[in-house]
Design a binder for this molecule. Structure first.
Ligand SMILES: [Zn+2]
Ligand SMILES: [Zn+2]
Length: 332
């Protein structure tokens, strides 16, 4: 089969033929229906993910159909349509047992210690599988592990209450445009922030209010902003902090430039009762909740483009294109 292989740290990737995967006893093999490109891929290629084994198949977001099952696999069968969490937990520790498998000490990351999903087929540990209900399209399903399910959990960790106001930075991005929908689906009022006038009309379709510009806090403060989903990082963090009303929470899920530090004035967070929540991934429970929101039509997948394995370069061009809205998908 064809796969996108990363040979070593900072060595880029190449599309090449590799052996078809065979499942270990605790694994299934899926035919990849869709995978998704992510900014994390670019950070991985720049060497910011020290746990990567080499060579490794790139890509950590997937939906597919089971075509082979290992001998110890229970509860999943050939033909099932599934997504995978971004990591495989052991399923047996006290974190896993109470549904917080994101904190499992022995979790293994896809496209890190385990091969990822930019391939025609992929091996997936049964501990990371979640079944996809019939009402969810492949496009809707592939958004769950790294986008909609991850956002759902972030808002759960921020104790979002119905009727609170959520502001999303980078609102037209692959994560942002879906974060607006997840927050709204959970009963929030939502504000989308973008630096692009051109994209404000599409953001307006999914939000109650749009603010255009990099200095957005003044506008934002015209109402009480309770939760911020910051998908951008150091360029927006100061304005995000300023936008929050007392008791506010920032869910920090993106950072476009990991080399930049931010100097936090602690007094500001203390006096305003502000919580900063670093956040990265979904658990199965959140994935299932996001799949439910998707099947109910409350979250609709926004696709910026779909490329084949051979067109992966073009996929990253679209990902980096400032004019795109939504997520870039890969259809092997
Ligand atoms: Zn991702
Ligand atoms: Zn565990």
């Amino acid at each position: 089969m064809k796969a996108v292989i990363v040979k070593g740290a900072k060595q880029g990737y190449e599309v090449r033929d590799v052996q078809d995967p065979k499942p270990q006893p605790d694994e299934v093999v899926i035919k990849v229906n869709r995978a998704a490109l992510c900014y994390r891929d670019l950070l991985q290629l720049q060497g910011f993910y020290p746990r990567m084994k080499y060579p490794v198949v790139l890509g950590h977001e997937v939906i597919g159909e089971i075509v082979d099952v290992g001998r110890d696999v229970k509860g999943f069968a050939i033909g099932d349509r599934v997504i995978s969490l971004l990591y495989a937990p052991d399923g047996s520790c006290h974190y896993c047992k109470r549904g917080e498998e994101a904190y499992c000490h022995s979790r293994l990351g896809y496209s890190e210690e385990l091969d990822g999903f930019f391939a025609e087929m992929a091996r997936v540990k049964v501990s990371s599988l979640v079944k996809v209900p019939p009402g969810v399209s492949d496009e809707g399903g592939v958004m769950v592990p790294c986008v909609t399910g991850m956002i759902y959990r972030g808002l759960r960790r921020a104790n979002l209450s119905e009727g609170e106001t959520v502001l999303v930075t980078g609102a037209s991005g692959g994560v942002g445009i879906h974060a607006l929908q997840v927050a709204k689906g959970m009963g929030a009022r939502v504000i989308g922030v973008t630096t692009s006038e051109e994209k404000s009309s599409i953001i307006a379709k999914y939000s109650d209010r749009v603010i255009v510009g990099s200095k957005f806090s003044e506008e934002a403060k015209k109402e009480d902003v309770n939760v911020i989903i910051d998908t951008v990082g150091t360029p927006t963090f100061e304005e995000s902090l300023r936008s929050l009303w007392m008791g506010g929470r920032i869910v920090q899920i993106g950072n476009v430039d990991p080399t930049q530090a931010y100097q936090l004035r602690l007094g500001y967070t203390i006096l305003k009762d502000i919580a900063i929540i670093g956040h990265a991934s979904a658990t199965k429970r959140d994935a299932e909740a996001a799949l439910k929101l998707t099947s109910e039509g409350k979250v609709r997948p926004i696709v910026a483009g779909t490329v084949s394995l051979e067109e992966i370069d073009k996929g990253y061009e679209i990902l980096k294109d400032k004019h795109k809205v939504g997520k870039v998908l890969l259809k092997p």
